[in-house]
Design a protein around this ligand. Sequence first.
Ligand SMILES: Cc1cc2nc3c(=O)[nH]c(=O)nc-3n(C[C@H](O)[C@H](O)[C@H](O)COP(=O)(O)OP(=O)(O)OC[C@H]3O[C@@H](n4cnc5c(N)ncnc54)[C@H](O)[C@@H]3O)c2cc1C
Ligand SMILES: NC(=O)c1ccc[n+]([C@@H]2O[C@H](COP(=O)([O-])OP(=O)(O)OC[C@H]3O[C@@H](n4cnc5c(N)ncnc54)[C@H](OP(=O)(O)O)[C@@H]3O)[C@@H](O)[C@H]2O)c1
Length: 530
Amino acid sequence: MNATNTLMPPVALAAASAAPVLPESAPFTSAQRAWLNGFFAGMVSGGGGAGVATPGIPASDVAAPTAPAAEEDFPWHDPALSLPDRLDLAKDKPIERKLMAAMAQLDCGACGYVCQSYAEHIADGSEKNLTLCMPGGKDTTAKLKELVQLGIKTGGASKPATPTGNGQSAIGNPAYSRSNPFPARVVMSKPLNGAGSDKDTRHVVFDLKGSGLTYKPGDALGVWPENCPDLATEIMELIGASGAEDVPGPDGEPMSLFEALVRRYVITTPTDDLISLLGHDPVDGLGVVDLLKKAPAERRPTPDKLVAALSPINPRLYSISSSLRACPDQVHLTVGVVRYRNGAGTACKGVCSTFLAERVRPGQKVRIFFHASPKFGLPVSGDTPVIMVGPGTGIAPFRAFLQERAAAGSTGDNWLFFGDQRSSCDFLYEKELTDLQRAGTLTKLSTAFSRDQEKKIYVQTRMIEHQADLWRWLEKGAHFYVCGDAKRMAKDVDAALKQIVREQGGMSEEKAEAYVADLTKSGRYQRDVY
Ligand SMILES: Cc1cc2nc3c(=O)[nH]c(=O)nc-3n(C[C@H](O)[C@H](O)[C@H](O)COP(=O)(O)OP(=O)(O)OC[C@H]3O[C@@H](n4cnc5c(N)ncnc54)[C@H](O)[C@@H]3O)c2cc1C
Ligand SMILES: NC(=O)c1ccc[n+]([C@@H]2O[C@H](COP(=O)([O-])OP(=O)(O)OC[C@H]3O[C@@H](n4cnc5c(N)ncnc54)[C@H](OP(=O)(O)O)[C@@H]3O)[C@@H](O)[C@H]2O)c1
């Protein structure tokens, strides 16, 4: 452990990194404010701060580290609340927060943003499409329309000056964005699982040369996928089309039916419009092809009618698994490939994960953009210890953190909890991690292979086993990070963390809740879950 890491409670730690902080009244969204505060904090901290040159990376290209920005409270960010209740909780907030409250609060990424950034992009005028929140459906779209009209009338939804808040990372090239993605060359897409695995996880590398784009560890990458051409062909056959027919794209521009089905529209999950066009009752879990097969021949639509009933394709977000300091001109992803059978027994492929795993080839160009994560990033000081919990693809940002800390020569301790199914074939990045351990960058590595024995062992099992040590790290000011599955893992890890605080800190349930809430508020408990 580093001798400079003396016992430091959360509040003292926040105060220790004193830097200019923009007032709430400054004309920026909270994301922009958080980024700017992080930038100032990086400048004040000096070592490893904004613009510090690293071999191979010009000073102007180095992203500022994220300051542990105070967590803004989003009481409506709970998918269990009804739409009216969520809106009520945001009623005194600025337009971008009201818009956020109208979203389904799942941060599912189906829109190519998370709820907060989708709302902010609508508010700053950079996103015009109000129909992207799939889980929120028509109710969300209707409310967004109403709020935008109201915002424009009252001057609330205006486009701010710089920074654009368009998802560019800290010092990125503003020429590229979600709506103007960079065509990045694929360097590789290689399997990370070994023989005998039930999973298919890919290491995907893109070349950024010539883009001027930068990112920081903790940011995400947006990828515009293409559909499987076999699925497009099956749909064309079902409606008796050749694919050469002219149809309008989502923005009204003419294109061939084949191009529209491969690149521009969702052809996996049906919209309500398609379901009613085909005369079906809403059926959960069936795909576009299943519904077309079930429809009587006379109800099968013409190419024009078909595309009019489809929704535009959206990008997917992936946590970045590389650091620019260690991998200049590259961005790496760790992608879990989605394949399953739906209710009709049809084999289904996740659009973007199978695009990256099966359909792209080295040298091919893929449209990408950066999505900054102002609330997920390394501590400003390289001396601060970090605890990272990242099972499965959740390892992604922590590979980036470790690369960054090794390349920057940071002296803070690093503890990784990694878990997956089997040690023999699912130990993602095993060699890299054991090398980092040998080199002393990875101070502690705790693994949990769930299917190596009869009884499941998960990352939280290991946390509890090492609870005295984990508590010592927290009391020394460690930042605690979680990435991966939101539905089960992140909840169970949160419960384990609270249990450790209760048992090791000798606290009541209430006090432990307050301790963990304090960690969150001071930016020391950060999650990137999906
Ligand atoms: C901030 C953020 C970071 C992320 N980081 C990563 C990352 O680092 N690595 C990663 O792999 N993913 C990550 N994701 C998830 C990623 O964005 C995509 O959602 C994922 O790759 C699936 O996209 P797809 O296009 O392949 O699948 P889609 O075509 O979108 O299909 C996924 C959908 O298929 C359905 N489905 C899936 N499995 C089943 C099943 N067994 N039975 C029935 N239906 C099913 C569900 O409706 C699911 O929503 C992240 C998401 C967010 C929001
Ligand atoms: N939003 C999306 O569209 C989307 C897309 C892709 C993935 N995801 C989510 O991302 C997750 C990550 O997928 P992944 O393939 O990388 O890994 P994963 O499925 O999360 O599995 C990684 C390890 O976590 C274990 N695990 C299961 N339940 C757990 C729990 N409650 N607590 C702790 N560990 C638990 C698994 O064990 P067992 O399997 O043996 O139980 C496995 O050993 C998926 O589970 C999925 O929910 C979401």
